[in-house]
Design a protein around this ligand. Structure first.
Ligand code: ZN
Ligand code: FE
Length: 242
């Protein structure tokens, strides 16, 4: 099985845009382009031409680069069907269970509402890769702007059910703030303490802390680990006040 080349493009203050290249077909996909120029430059530097854009939700820091990238490359836009009214010029609206392809690689669409009402994730089961947008972060989860703690709890159960070695690509570098909160939420959890120390060191060196993995999140993410909807809700509320 050929693998995907996945390149992190840091933009704005803390966004990560992901470029995904399939050598076999020569196709390149961009997930959640917040902006166009730095993403086009990063692709060009690799000798890649972007042919597809996949959006996880409608927020400006996830779709802001769509128009510029389409204008420069003619890329086709895949986005959540439930958010079509808020995302201009979508070529392929997708829903739960739909399959989308990069070359021969197939991703399955998961509807994971809560951060936004139509938020989706893209899971490549064969490659053990998932793009989760702003639904889950390293040691954290997205804010509940358009959904409920119950929905987020369901999302966490679905992510938790993925294989341990699944690499999780989220859209922001929030790990240090999340790790500090995780330490407060679970002061006895040694895996969280150890990870927070690593994250502090990495951020001091200006290094990225994502992607993460399902195994690591299972051990250290206080939202994935919340034992009930109520516990997730109270942790989310405490983090929001934080
Ligand atoms: Zn967002
Ligand atoms: Fe975002």
């Amino acid at each position: 099985m050929s693998t995907l080349d996945i390149l992190r493009v840091p933009v704005l203050s803390d966004n990560y845009v992901w470029l995904v290249h399939d050598k076999a077909s020569g196709e390149t996909l961009v997930v959640d382009p917040a902006v166009a120029e730095p993403v086009l430059e990063a692709a060009q530097a690799q000798g890649w031409t972007i042919s597809q854009i996949w959006n996880t939700h409608w927020h400006g820091d996830h779709i802001g680069g769509n128009a510029g990238i389409v204008a420069a490359t003619g890329a086709k836009v895949t986005a959540p069907a439930a958010e079509l009214a808020k995302i201009p010029d979508v070529d392929r609206p997708v829903r739960e269970g739909d399959r989308v392809r990069l070359g021969a690689h197939e991703a399955i669409v998961m509807e994971v509402p809560a951060h936004t009402a139509g938020h989706i994730a893209y899971h490549f089961p064969e490659e053990s890769v998932i793009f989760v947008g702003d639904t889950m972060f390293a040691m954290g989860c997205g804010r509940l702007f358009e959904g409920t703690a119950e929905q987020m709890y369901t999302n966490m159960r679905r992510f938790e059910a993925l294989p341990d070695d699944t690499r999780v690509y989220c859209a922001h570098e929030y790990t240090l703030s999340n790790g500090k909160f995780a330490r407060q939420a679970e002061p006895e959890n040694e895996a969280i303490a150890a990870r927070l120390a690593q994250v502090e060191a990495a951020r001091a060196r200006d290094e990225a802390t994502v992607p993460t993995t399902i195994a690591l999140e299972r051990a250290t993410n206080p939202f994935l680990r919340a034992a009930s909807i109520e516990e997730l809700a109270s942790r989310r509320a405490a983090k929001d006040r934080g």
